[in-house]
Design a protein around this ligand. Sequence first.
Ligand SMILES: *[C@@H]1O[C@H](CO)[C@@H](O)[C@H](O)[C@H]1NC(C)=O
Length: 349
Amino acid sequence: MPSFSNVMGGLRPTKPYHDTQRWRAVALASLVLVLVTTTIIIKGKPSSLSGVSNLKSNSFHSSIQFQPSVEFMNGTNLIWQVPESPKAVLFLAHGCNGQAANFWDKSPGCPNCVGLPEERLIVLHALERRFAVLAVSSLERCWSLGREKENVKWIIKWWIEKNKLEKLPATALGASSGGYFVSALAAEIKFSSITIMIAEGQFDSMEIPEGYPPTLFVHMPKDRTRAELIRMNMEALRQKGIPVKEITCLEFPLAPKLLSDRIPGLDQTLAVRLFEVFREKEFIDKNGYMRNDGRVIPWKQAVKQRNLLLKKHELVNHIEEELNLAFAYHEMTSLRSDDIFEWFESHMN
Ligand SMILES: *[C@@H]1O[C@H](CO)[C@@H](O)[C@H](O)[C@H]1NC(C)=O
């Protein structure tokens, strides 16, 4: 299981260009600029966001409400929500340092819920499409592949029976550590299809059984090592006749109101002030792109110096998640939810 330091180990400062390479870089940059401009003209929006529904998520226009059920069993926390007339089941596995509580907003029914911006949107999208959602917390910081698999298999089975969902197709989505976990779990439970996010899966150290579910990889190709491993695993699955697909997520520029648009409880004034600090400190370049991962740049210190955020301390992880998402190296993302659920829905029979 990659630890956070391994994950971020791939982030290295760019080496200065050798002079002879410079003209090539300039030529390439011009070409890219022409292509990007053309794409913007054709599509009417930046290419890095093509396929992305809408960055403004606070106005999630639907009647979907968070109404989670919470239970502690077999040594861990379970949170779930079953919509009216569910048509499928979705099991969610968080990444290292994650927890089931990150997927639902804090509410009287779930006072410890955190509602991280990407996690909560995945659940809202799922509920809107009438998926019954179950999230389980890992026993330790990250998922493990021994006894914990037995535990979760037992929990999923118990939960499906309790809610009388046996007849519905079951799907699973896991990010990072949760992606390895879901890839391994799928060899032992019948899922109709799965999504592995920002992870290559456990395929090099497991037997891929007959009837392994169709597998969608959602990843961030800025992490080139992982992109290459995903490419290899997709080929291995393909050779076994298993349908595979990949969706790549690219960086996008921060906008002054991005944080208030995507984080409930963070107002526009604060979002704009944070954006100004990021610009002054050059955490973002002149086009608004993050210069590094949110876990690497000292944005928290900078914000603290300005006495911003002291009262909103509980939103630090929410902000960092959005910064990581914009940098697009390694983060949970809800931006391609439509594609993910279309993948699930197209493999249900
Ligand atoms: C989970 O807990 C239930 C009830 O306490 C128990 O019967 C079951 O054996 C446990 N499952 C595992 C895999 O430990």
